[in-house]
Design a protein around this ligand. Structure first.
Ligand code: B16
Ligand code: MG
Length: 216
């Protein structure tokens, strides 16, 4: 099979916004009187804002109007942190990897659960690399549903079995596998089901290595 496209998750793959998400959720949790630790935050990796709130509340009931206010509050705090992002905040190896992929003529897409993904990519000054940008507005069913990656592949005009997804979170790896994508798991937690796992992210991974195994 010829691989024609690479689809990248954002948080944990292209850059590390997890700390900002943590600080914003932590501030909301303090304001509403819920305990929230870094370990709790690990459970929010790669899942939607709504699912994150549900997990943060740990079963505490909330009406829809209040949930909306709390999600908005968290997002307002989070967006303040985004002002700090500069092109220096791409994770190690990312720009080189994107350059190599582009040189090979591989189509490049983004598949992020975040409604702030476009803003983050713009702040990183990486927009030029992406031919399709799927974010928290693109589909109804969030990861672990495969819909987002399938949507991005469709925009790129490439079937899932000719595309590779790069993910750092269990929900994202599950989504990619369900969609029939060749899947690279980056990092240590929850990505073992992927076809290829790289603990140090894109730092030492080469485009050649991915194409060799994925084209198998
Ligand atoms: P927002 P990804 C995910 O990004 C984050 O990992 C997750 O923590 C966050 O809740 C989600 O985006 C939604 O983000 O609140 O900005 O819409 O890994 O899918 O790029
Ligand atoms: Mg992620």
């Amino acid at each position: 099979m010829t691989i024609k496209a690479f689809i990248f998750d954002l948080d944990g793959v292209i850059t590390d916004t997890a700390e900002f998400h943590f600080l914003a959720w932590k501030q909301l949790a303090d304001e509403i009187g819920v305990s929230f630790t870094r370990e709790d935050n690990d459970q929010l990796r790669g899942v939607s804002r709504r699912e994150s709130l549900k997990r943060l509340l740990k079963g505490r009931p909330v009406d829809e109007a209040t949930a909306e206010v709390w999600m908005q509050r968290k997002n307002d705090i989070y967006r303040e942190f985004l002002h700090q992002i500069t092109p220096a905040d791409s994770l190690p190896g990312v720009v080189h990897f994107l350059d190599e992929a582009r040189k090979r003529g591989i189509l490049i897409g983004l598949g992020s659960a975040s409604k702030n993904a476009r803003d983050v990519i713009e702040r990183l000054k990486l927009m030029d690399y992406f031919e399709a940008l799927g974010d928290g507005y693109s589909v109804v069913n969030p990861k672990p549903a495969p819909d987002l990656f399938i949507w991005v592949a469709g925009r790129l005009g490439v079937p899932p079995n000719e595309a590779v997804v790069f993910e750092d979170a269990e929900a994202g790896v599950d989504a990619a596998l369900k969609g029939g994508f060749w899947t690279v798991g980056l990092g240590r937690a929850g990505v073992n089901a992927a076809h290829l796992v790289k603990e140090d992210g894109l730092k030492t991974l080469t485009v050649d290595a991915v194409l060799e195994v994925a084209s198998g």
